[in-house]
Every structure is written in structure tokens, then in C-alpha cells.
Design a protein around this ligand. Structure first.
Ligand SMILES: NC(=O)c1ccc[n+]([C@@H]2O[C@H](COP(=O)([O-])OP(=O)(O)OC[C@H]3O[C@@H](n4cnc5c(N)ncnc54)[C@H](OP(=O)(O)O)[C@@H]3O)[C@@H](O)[C@H]2O)c1
Length: 299
């Protein structure tokens, strides 16, 4: 344990697609070499503390990694707000993935009434939060998901007006039916050919928030982007999103989101497995698109 630091036991581990890029050695937050512990954000319990602000027994958020125990300097662990219950929400709707959704849809795209918003992976961690935030802001939300069960959940529980099954339906044709005047906002969590399809349905002055590349993480090559000519013709605004840029606004986000959760106006489905030994398979399920909700491992 570093002097003035804490020794922690992991209670919840977040599994996220960026870990795939860390394994491939192409993520700004760090890489993982063979033999090293996988990195990852955790909610952990302080077991031993030399830091008065992080007392033993309290929960903290830290980069505990895929480990049962981790030691941190005091500045590397943040005390968990006791209002965050269950504590796993600090890794999902009140954590990084919720903040990504709010930053993308509310702060970057400025979604509001009259917008038609297209959200893929709509039952996933970022997508499900984004759909609920957009619906609360008065937008019409069209979702895309990978099974009939996910599509049903999206329309029944996430404020999504219609959900396209990406595995069985013609997305291009369905977007033509559902959004005849075009998509005003596309939250791109996927990349690949879906980005091209969504751009072809963009309304004039449409906004695209580029956030993730689920369709491309397992490939070595990259898909070429959409035609600049098309984006010019649509007067499109394209912006990239990196959630780390919003870290300083995390508490502002949590203040906005906590009452919505408490009042039951939004909710978070978690895809939870138990024990560190379940993490590799849970991570592979996430990368195959088989998760249903935010992937969390409880220890
Ligand atoms: N830029 C940032 O700062 C930032 C921060 C957080 C997350 N992200 C990105 O946001 C995206 C969503 O992350 P998340 O944590 O919320 O994951 P998630 O949505 O919970 O899980 C990923 C989902 O992607 C869907 N998917 C679509 N095409 C896929 C394909 N070809 N292969 C596998 N899955 C596919 C699957 O849902 P369906 O089967 O239902 O389609 C799968 O469940 C990721 O690209 C992630 O990297 C970016």
C-alpha cells in the first residue's frame, strides 16, 4: 500500500468495450501486456487506510482492475456518494457510461423537442441511458438492437418509439419508413456500415456524435468514413466525443441524474455476473453483442 494511501477489496468491476482497444495496444488510457492484470474501473471497499478522507469501510471508485484487491494513492480513489444505490450504479447510469450518454446527447448534440434521434445498441449501457435522456428532452427516439427481446424492452421501457432489429430487418428501408423527413441526430456507437446507412438518412443540419466503433474493434482494418460530399450537402455537424473531457462535469451530471433515478423516470438494466472468474466470458459476450444492459461483475 502506498504511504498515505488505501488498500481496497473489489466489490463491482465494470467491463467496457474500450478494454478491447487496450488489449490491442491502441487506447489512450493505457495498454495491457501479456501477464499483466487487465485494467478496469471498480467500486471497491476500503479495507485499510492511511488517508483520513477515505476511511476504512467506505466504498470508493477507483481503477482497481480485474483483481480482488488493489492498493492506491489517496488521489487515485474517489469516495462514493452514499446516495448512489445500488453502488454498481456508480459504474453505469451514474458513472462513465451515463456521463457519456448525457455529454453526447445533451451537451454536445443539444437534443430537444422536434428532433428525431437514432440510437444503435439502444439497450446497452450508453445507448439505454441516451435513449431515456433524449425522450425526457422531448425528442422522438428510434432505436436499433440485436434481438426481439431487446427491441421490446426498448419500446416498453426506454421511451423508444420504434426499434429496428439489426439482425433481421433491412435498416435502410425501415429508416425510410420511420424517419421520412430525416434523422436530426445520430449517436454513433457502432461505426462500420451503419454509419453510412445513418448518414444517408440524415436531415439537413443533422448532427452526428461519433462515440464508438463496436463493429470495428475486433478488426485490424478501418472502414472508410461517409462521403464528405454527402455531409456537405446535408450541412452536417460531426463531433467526436471522449468522455474523459467531461470528467470535471461529472458531479454536475450526477446532480441532474440522481433525481430522475429516484423518481423512477429513468432506470438502468445491468447485465451482472458473479465472481472474477466470470469476467473473461462476460467480456467476450459484450464484444459479441450478447449483453443485455451494462456489463458489471459482482465480486
Ligand atoms: N467515446 C467515449 O468516450 C466512449 C465512452 C463510453 C463508451 N463508448 C463507446 O460506446 C459504445 C457502447 O458502449 P457500451 O459500454 O454502452 O456497450 P453496450 O452498448 O452495452 O454493448 C455493446 C452493444 O453494441 C451492439 N453492437 C452493434 N453492433 C455490434 C457488433 N458488430 N459487434 C458487437 N456488438 C455490436 C450490441 O447490441 P445489439 O446487439 O443490441 O445491437 C452490444 O450489446 C462502444 O462503442 C464504446 O466503445 C465511447
Amino acid at each position: 500500500m502506498p504511504p498515505g494511501g488505501v488498500l481496497c477489496r473489489t466489490r463491482f468491476l465494470s467491463l467496457d468495450p474500450y478494454m478491447r482497444s487496450q488489449i490491442a495496444g491502441r487506447h489512450p488510457s493505457g495498454t495491457v501486456a501479456p501477464g499483466e492484470a487487465m485494467l478496469g474501473e471498480t467500486v471497491s471497499e476500503v479495507l485499510r487506510s492511511d488517508a483520513p478522507e477515505l476511511p476504512a469501510g467506505r466504498l470508493v471508485r477507483c481503477m482497481g482492475g480485474w483483481r480482488e484487491y488493489s492498493a492506491h494513492a489517496a488521489g487515485e480513489a474517489r469516495l462514493l456518494d452514499e446516495e448512489i444505490t445500488p453502488p454498481s450504479h456508480a459504474l453505469s447510469i451514474l458513472g462513465m457510461t451515463g456521463l457519456t450518454a448525457w455529454a453526447g446527447m445533451v451537451w454536445q448534440a443539444g437534443v430537444g423537442e422536434g428532433d428525431c434521434v437514432l440510437i444503435p445498441a439502444v439497450t446497452g449501457a450508453v445507448g439505454s441511458a441516451a435513449a431515456q435522456f433524449c425522450a425526457l428532452h422531448g425528442a422522438r427516439v428510434i432505436g436499433i438492437a440485436g434481438s426481439p427481446e431487446k427491441c421490446r424492452f426498448a419500446t416498453e421501457s426506454l421511451g423508444v418509439e420504434a426499434c429496428i432489429n439489426r439482425r433481421t430487418e433491412d435498416i435502410d428501408a425501415r429508416l425510410g419508413e420511420l424517419c421520412p423527413t430525416g434523422i436530426n441526430v445520430y449517436f454513433d456507437l457502432i461505426g462500420g456500415s451503419l454509419l453510412h446507412t445513418a448518414c444517408a438518412h440524415l436531415a439537413n443540419h443533422g448532427r452526428i456524435v461519433l462515440c464508438g466503433l463496436m463493429a470495428e474493434y475486433n478488426r485490424s482494418g478501418r472502414e472508410p468514413g461517409p462521403s464528405p460530399g454527402l455531409l456537405i450537402a446535408r450541412r452536417a455537424q460531426v463531433s467526436g466525443l471522449v468522455v474523459y473531457d467531461y470528467e470535471s462535469r461529472r458531479s454536475e451530471y450526477v446532480r441532474e441524474c440522481l433525481p430522475l433515478l429516484r423518481e423512477g423516470r429513468i432506470h438502468q438494466r445491468e447485465d451482472s455476473s458473479r465472481g472474477l472468474e466470470s469476467a473473461p466470458e462476460a467480456f467476450c459476450r459484450l464484444m459479441r453483442g450478447e449483453n443485455f444492459g451494462k456489463v458489471v461483475v459482482a465480486l
